[in-house]
Design a protein around this ligand. Structure first.
Ligand SMILES: Cc1cc2nc3c(=O)[nH]c(=O)nc-3n(C[C@H](O)[C@H](O)[C@H](O)COP(=O)(O)O)c2cc1C
Length: 395
């Protein structure tokens, strides 16, 4: 696909126009514009800077990042900025603005006074919006959990909205108070909610040394990446039912399918961090192509898809069909047999069938549709019965 983004992908949030719903989220890869400048050529519609702080914070003991082999998630104990915030104001805003794509300035919301100072410092720049970060789980653990502090969110939003000349997005981290915190932010004038930051905190232990894998005091870090996707999706889905302001998704999105799920749950756009951080800017190109093909195939647009799933939110939509055994699509089955040990009920047997004695998986009535075989099948050839019967998206 060329650099020209197809019209079907365009979205608009808080008055800011994006040529696709794919945004680069805040973190070390947005310390400088470099990663975004490459991503912008591959379908990334906008970037959010690293959360800027007025004063540099002390160094954190290394390591600050932990990625297990297989990369299903990442732990981070990110801390101070690598560069003074003034570099954004003096040089880097301009280099992003030149791409013609929106730039969102992320600011730490921990110290309200210095957050307000930085808002004032950027008010005259050609930036599109502010994103105020209320919510890193590791710093919450060490320095107090603003993410569940209703007085803090009220004071923060009032103070920032008083001075900001651009839309103010409030970024929260997942917690059982998240919906109420978001409503509080909305009540005091927030223009959008970004959900969710990395969640946790989480922990990893190096079994050779018995020490935590992260060097931060206490070893705790925020969890991000594919592993948090279902939690992040549910938080978007719930927030979109409770709020009247837009919700921007963040958390675990990694491919076109996960981005589409976030949009259908009601997200106006989707931020990505860990997936491009691990696999590079090409991730945006692959997802953009997937979104385009989906829109084309379903004769729809991204805007039409936003929130289309919410009509199911209060529906008891159990599928009668799912009570029947899963179905193996014979043409695609290679007979690898990986599904057999995944079945606790011995309901899958490999049988020699067809020409050339091909081995195929065959499912019998002992199947309780636990779907474990679907998860381990490398060919994607085992499907729930309702998928065969044909429930399709009807925009
Ligand atoms: C190493 C790292 C650093 C991050 N730094 C910030 C930050 O400075 N400000 C912020 O709001 N979020 C920060 N985040 C959170 C991400 O922007 C994103 O919300 C989170 O990782 C979940 O999305 P993902 O699963 O796509 O990574 C950071 C995440 C990681 C992994």
């Amino acid at each position: 696909m060329s650099n020209q983004v197809p019209n079907q992908l365009a979205v608009s949030i808080t008055g800011v126009n994006f040529d696709s719903p794919l945004l680069l989220a805040s973190g070390y890869i947005t310390e400088t514009p470099e990663f975004f400048l490459r991503s912008a050529k591959r379908g990334c519609a906008a970037m959010v800077t690293r959360s800027l702080k007025e004063n540099p914070r002390g160094e954190v003991t290394a390591p600050r990042y932990y990625v297990p082999n297989g990369a299903e998630y990442m732990l981070n104990a990110e801390w101070g900025n690598e560069y003074p915030w003034t570099r954004w104001r003096d040089e880097w805003v301009e280099s992003v603005v030149q791409t013609g794509k929106p730039l969102i300035i992320s600011l730490s919301g921990r110290d309200i006074e210095s957050c307000v100072k930085l808002v004032q410092a950027f008010n005259h720049s050609e930036i599109a919006a502010y994103e105020i970060n209320v919510s890193c789980p590791h710093s919450s653990f060490l320095h107090g959990n603003n993410n569940v502090d209703f007085t803090h969110i009220k004071n923060l939003v009032i103070a920032v909205k008083k001075v900001a000349t651009k839309p103010v997005w409030i970024k929260l981290g997942y917690s059982s108070f998240m919906v109420d915190m978001a409503i509080e932010a909305q009540n005091w004038g927030a223009d959008a909610i970004v959900s969710t930051n990395s969640i946790g905190p989480g922990l990893a232990i190096d079994i050779e040394t018995s020490r935590p894998a992260l060097g931060i005091k206490g070893g705790r870090g925020g969890v991000s990446g594919k592993g948090i996707f279902p939690i992040a999706l549910e938080s978007v889905w719930t927030l979109c039912q409770k709020l009247s302001i837009p919700v921007i998704a963040s958390g675990g999105a990694s491919d076109a399918e996960s981005v589409l799920q976030m949009l259908m749950a009601g997200a106006g756009a989707v931020q990505l961090y860990t997936e491009p951080a691990l696999h590079g800017p090409k991730v945006f190109g692959e997802i953009q192509t997937g979104l385009y093909e989906y829109c084309k195939g379903h004769e729809t647009t991204i805007t039409e898809l936003i929130g289309c799933s919410l009509r199911w939110a209060n529906d008891d939509h159990s599928f009668e069909a799912q009570q029947k055994p899963v179905v193996v699509v014979d043409e695609d089955c290679t007979g690898c047999g990986l599904c057999v040990p995944a079945c606790a009920f011995n309901a899958i047997k490999m049988k020699n069938l067809g020409a050339g004695n091909r081995s195929l998986a065959v499912v019998d009535d002992m199947c309780i549709t636990c779907n474990a075989c679907i998860g381990v099948c490398p060919q994607n050839c085992i499907v729930p019965t309702n998928q065969i019967i044909g429930e399709t998206h009807d925009p």
